[in-house]
Design a binder for this molecule. Structure first.
Ligand SMILES: Cc1cc2nc3c(=O)[nH]c(=O)nc-3n(C[C@H](O)[C@H](O)[C@H](O)COP(=O)(O)OP(=O)(O)OC[C@H]3O[C@@H](n4cnc5c(N)ncnc54)[C@H](O)[C@@H]3O)c2cc1C
Length: 475
C-alpha cells in the first residue's frame, strides 16, 4: 500500500518525488519507459525562463517566476550543470518594439531584471544578429540547464530517501476503491491513497481512467531542432524573436556543453511522434534567418523533436479531478514547464498532499546526492590522481566528449542506474558528440553487458526490445 503513486518520471514527476521524499510518505513513481526523463523532458530548449512571457493572471506566470527563483539553490544542491547565458529578445522594427514594451512592463511588475540594447549595441555582443534588428531586451539572469540531469538527480535523491521507482511499467487501468485507488500495469498493481498524474502528453488518457467527463483537451505539438557541434559557438546568449501566437518562435540556444540548438518549430502531431521531417527542419532553417545571419548550419550533428502538451485552457492544469478525491492532474505542462517545475511540485505538495495526508517531515531525508566523477572537468593533477587509483578513469571510450570507461561503469551503478545505451548517453555523454556513437557505441554496449551481467545481444538502445546486435560479436 502506497500513500502516493506518481504516474510519469519526467521533470514534474521526479521533482515531485523528491519533494515528497522529505516527508514520511510511501511514494511510488511509475514510468512506462526504461529510464527517467525519456519524454518531453528529454527534448526541449533547456531554458529556465525567468517568467516575463506568460500572460498576467495565469498559473504559468505565477509558477514560472517562482520556479525560476527556486532553480539556483536546487541546481547547487543537486550538483547539476547550468550556464547563465541571458536571453536576447530581438525586435525588428517599430511594431515588434511595441511588443518588447509589453514584456518590459510584465518584467517590471514581476521583479525580473533586464537591460535594453539598441540594435547596434546588441550586434557588437552577438555578431550573427540580423542587420534588421532594431532593439533588444536581455533578460540577463536566464539560465540553460541539462533537463534530464536535473530530473535524474531529483529521482536519485528521492530513491535514496526511500521512494520506489518502477520503470518499464505502463499504467493501463485505474480502479477507484473505497479508500484510494488501485493502479494497474500489465504485470502488477499498486494500491494507493493518492494518484498524481504527471504523464505529460498522455495525461488525458490517465485522467480518463477515473473520470468520463474531462473538461480539457491536450493537443500534442511537435518542435524540431538542429544540434550544432561544439566546435562552433555562433551565439553566446539565447536569441529569441519577439514571441507570437504560436509561442516563443525559433531560437538559438547555447547549451551547457557548448553545442548550439536551433529550433523549435510548432506543428500539431500524433501523440508521441518524435520523428523529424525535411519540411519541418527546412522551416526551422528559414525561421532562424529572421533574427540571425550566416549561421553555420553545416556544423549540424543531429536533429531531434520534442512534443508540447498544449491545452485548450492555454494554462497549466493542476487540480483535483472532480468525483475522484485524491486524484490530481498535472496536465497541459508545456513551456515554461521546465522552468516552473520546482514551483509546480511545491504547489501539489502544499495544496493537495499536505491537507489530505497530513504527512510529518522526515528529518533524516537527504536533500542532496553524491555527484559523479567527471574527468574532463577535473584539473590535470586531479585526473592523474584518479587514474593512479583506478586506471579505467584514464581509458577513454568516447573521444568526441572525452568519456572514460570508469565514468560509464559508475553511471551503471548509481541509485537510478543506466541500463541502456541511451541511458548511458544521457548521463555521461558517449554518443553526444560529432560521431554520434559511431566510434564508442560498441564499447558502451560491451561495458553495459559486462556490468549488468547480461549477454551483449540483450543490450538495448532504449526501450525493451530495441536490441542492437542480432548475434554474438566475435571482435
Ligand atoms: C519543443 C519544446 C521546447 C520546450 N522548451 C522549454 C524551455 O526551454 N523551458 C521550459 O521551461 N519548458 C520548455 N518546454 C516544456 C517542458 O519541456 C515541459 O513542460 C516538461 O518537460 C514537461 O514535463 P512532464 O514531466 O510534464 O512531461 P514528460 O517529460 O513528457 O514526462 C511524462 C512521463 O510520463 C510517462 N507516461 C506517459 N504515459 C504513461 C503511462 N500510461 N504509464 C506510465 N508512464 C507514462 C512518459 O513516458 C513520460 O516519461 C519545451 C517543450 C517542448 C516540446
Amino acid at each position: 500500500m502506497f500513500d502516493i503513486v506518481i504516474i510519469g518520471a519526467g521533470i514534474i514527476g521526479t521533482m515531485l518525488a523528491r519533494q515528497l521524499s522529505f516527508y514520511h510518505l510511501k511514494t511510488a513513481v511509475v514510468e512506462r519507459n526504461s529510464d527517467v526523463a525519456d519524454g518531453t523532458t528529454m527534448a526541449n530548449s533547456a531554458i529556465v525562463h525567468t517568467g516575463y512571457d506568460p500572460q498576467d493572471g495565469t498559473l504559468k506566470a505565477q509558477l514560472n517566476v517562482q520556479g525560476a527563483r527556486m532553480y539556483p539553490s536546487l541546481l547547487q544542491q543537486l550538483h547539476c550543470h547550468h550556464k547563465t547565458t541571458g536571453a536576447f529578445i530581438v525586435a525588428c522594427g517599430k511594431k515588434e518594439e511595441e511588443h518588447l514594451s509589453l514584456l518590459m512592463q510584465r518584467a517590471d511588475q514581476r521583479g525580473i531584471p533586464y537591460r535594453v540594447l539598441t540594435g547596434q549595441q546588441a550586434i557588437k555582443e552577438e555578431p550573427h544578429l540580423s542587420d534588421q534588428v532594431t532593439k533588444v531586451i536581455d533578460f540577463y539572469t536566464t539560465q540553460v540547464i541539462y533537463p534530464w540531469e536535473v530530473a535524474l538527480r531529483c529521482m536519485e535523491n528521492a530513491v535514496n530517501n526511500g521512494t520506489k521507482l518502477y520503470l518499464n511499467t505502463e499504467v493501463t487501468r485505474i480502479e477507484k476503491r473505497e479508500t484510494g485507488y488501485r493502479v494497474h500495469s500489465h504485470d502488477r498493481f499498486f494500491d494507493t491513497e493518492m494518484v498524481i498524474n504527471c504523464a505529460g502528453v498522455n495525461a488525458p488518457l490517465i485522467h480518463d481512467m477515473v473520470d468520463a467527463h474531462r473538461d480539457y483537451e491536450i493537443t500534442p505539438r511537435k518542435g524540431e531542432y538542429y544540434v550544432l557541434d561544439h566546435d562552433c559557438t555562433p551565439v553566446s546568449h539565447i536569441v529569441f524573436p519577439v514571441p507570437g501566437p504560436a509561442g516563443k518562435g525559433v531560437l538559438a540556444v547555447p547549451t551547457v556543453y557548448g553545442n548550439t540548438l536551433i529550433g523549435p518549430n510548432a506543428l500539431e502531431c500524433d501523440g508521441d511522434d518524435v520523428s523529424t521531417t525535411p519540411q519541418g527542419l527546412q522551416a526551422v532553417r528559414k525561421a532562424i534567418t529572421k533574427t540571425l545571419k550566416d549561421m553555420p548550419m553545416g556544423h549540424n550533428i543531429r536533429t531531434f523533436a520534442g512534443i508540447r502538451a498544449t491545452s485548450n485552457r492555454h494554462d497549466f492544469i493542476i487540480e483535483e479531478v472532480k468525483g475522484a478525491p485524491g486524484f490530481i492532474d498535472a496536465a497541459g505542462i508545456e513551456s515554461p514547464g521546465l522552468a516552473s517545475a520546482p514551483a509546480i511540485a511545491d504547489r501539489i505538495v502544499h495544496q493537495f498532499v499536505e491537507p489530505r495526508l497530513h504527512p510529518s517531515a522526515n528529518p533524516q531525508a537527504e536533500t542532496t546526492v553524491q555527484p559523479p566523477v567527471i574527468m574532463s572537468e577535473l584539473s590535470i593533477e586531479k585526473q592523474n590522481e584518479m587514474i593512479r587509483k583506478n586506471p579505467l578513469y584514464g581509458k577513454i571510450v568516447c573521444r568526441c566528449e572525452n568519456v572514460s570507461e570508469q565514468e560509464i561503469i559508475d553511471c551503471i551503478h548509481r541509485p537510478v542506474p543506466a541500463t541502456t545505451i541511451r541511458a548511458v548517453k544521457k548521463r555521461v555523454r558517449p554518443g553526444m558528440g560529432r560521431c554520434q556513437g559511431g566510434f564508442c557505441q560498441p564499447s558502451v554496449l560491451r561495458i553495459l553487458a559486462r556490468e549488468l551481467g547480461i549477454a551483449e545481444t540483450e543490450v538495448c538502445l532504449n526501450e525493451p526490445g530495441s536490441t542492437v546486435l542480432v548475434r554474438e560479436n566475435r571482435l
